[in-house]
Design a protein around this ligand. Structure first.
Ligand code: 13P
Ligand code: SF4
Length: 337
């Protein structure tokens, strides 16, 4: 255990660094320590599929954005430790105002969320007063508060279909998911011009060559990918959808066009199958989300031990943002999702 003064300094620095920067005893068994803290503090660890494998292995629940929100809604623990990015932990806080919501690294943001600043979006919405606002969950609480309903990649089609055909819709912030929804629902929407840096990195040329070398492999893709990738995909779905597909489909090889973290669960569920990460259009590992990967097992342990960084939120904003999430949850229930 470190001395009190050093700990206080580290806690103050959380606001600038985003996490508790404390040197840990390298012999500490982090898996055992996290399990102990879960029990001692009545805490649950929720992790997104894009987290590093160690974090997935220590989590109580691993899921996509919809699954995680549903899990956060029904959890009974005092503390929710959210191993994911900021908008996800924020959603858990919106649904659980009396619980403590912790995130291993407060700087775990999202390029898609950042592409839609609330002040600009408010003006855009005011310019189109006859439009309903449907927003992808990958956005800030400020955008959720300006939205009529939220969607995730699992329920987006059901939510968009729930509006009368003649209702005009603004879809924010992901232009790729928006374009995909326009195609599958057969309706035009006004799309905000945002995107995810990870899902826009895949190279059509390299994937096409990879398919030639692996003629039996199926291409499976997340709908945040660009249209040329989606056009040649054999299956398009959320992270949970992609994982389930590889479990039920009888193909032996898959080229996976989404963040690489999902491969951990795919390989665990189907160890006899081959999973190839879709190649990016450069030579670095850019299909790793740099925000998701800010969280580490060490930071997860530290945030549980010292209960910081914590997600807090203005109550008026929370209540406003909750309305659009509640509506999504209701439509999902009705659709059996
Ligand atoms: P899902 O979890 O809905 O598949 O979305 C993926 C994603 O990009 C999360 O940031
Ligand atoms: Fe955001 Fe893309 Fe990272 Fe998901 S993968 S958190 S959409 S930057």
């Amino acid at each position: 255990m470190m001395n009190t003064a050093a700990l206080e300094t580290a806690k103050k620095n959380v606001f600038t660094k985003g996490f508790l920067d404390i040197d840990l005893d390298p012999t500490l068994d982090l898996f055992a320590a996290i399990e102990r803290l879960k029990k001692e503090k009545n805490a649950v660890v929720l992790a997104h599929y894009y987290q590093e494998p160690d974090i997935q292995d220590v989590a109580d629940y691993i899921g996509d954005s919809l699954g995680l929100a549903q899990q956060a809604e029904k959890t009974t623990t005092d503390i929710i430790v959210f191993a994911g990015v900021h908008f996800m932990a924020e959603t858990a806080k919106i649904l659980n105002p009396t619980k403590k919501v912790l995130i291993p690294d407060f700087n775990a943001g999202c390029s898609l969320s950042d592409s839609c600043p609330p002040a600009l979006f408010k003006k855009f919405k005011e310019d189109h007063p006859d439009h309903a606002v449907v927003s992808y969950i990958n956005c800030s609480a400020g955008i959720k508060a300006l939205s009529d309903v939220i969607v995730t990649s699992s329920n987006a089609r059901a939510v968009v279909d729930s509006f009368p055909k003649d209702k005009k819709i603004i879809f924010a912030p992901d232009r790729n998911l928006g374009a995909y929804l326009e195609k599958v629902t057969g309706r035009e929407m006004l799309l905000w011009n945002g995107s995810c840096i990870v899902h826009e990195i895949f190279s059509l040329e390299k994937i096409t060559k990879l398919k030639v070398r692996h003629p039996h492999a199926k291409l499976i893709a997340h709908p945040e990918c660009e249209e040329p990738i989606l056009r040649i995909a054999d299956y398009i779905g959320s992270t949970t959808g992609l994982l389930k597909y590889t479990q039920t489909d009888d193909t032996q090889e898959y080229i996976v066009a989404t963040e690489t973290g999902i491969l951990h669960q795919m390989m665990k569920a189907s160890p006899h199958k081959t999973f190839i990460p879709a190649p990016p259009n450069n030579s670095c590992a850019c299909n790793d989300c740099p925000f998701m990967k800010l969280n580490t097992l060490e930071k997860l342990y530290l945030c549980m031990e010292y209960e910081t960084p914590e997600i807090t939120m203005d109550e008026t904003l929370r209540l406003q943002a909750k309305k659009s999430i509640d509506r999504m949850m209701e439509i999902s229930r009705q659709a059996g999702l």
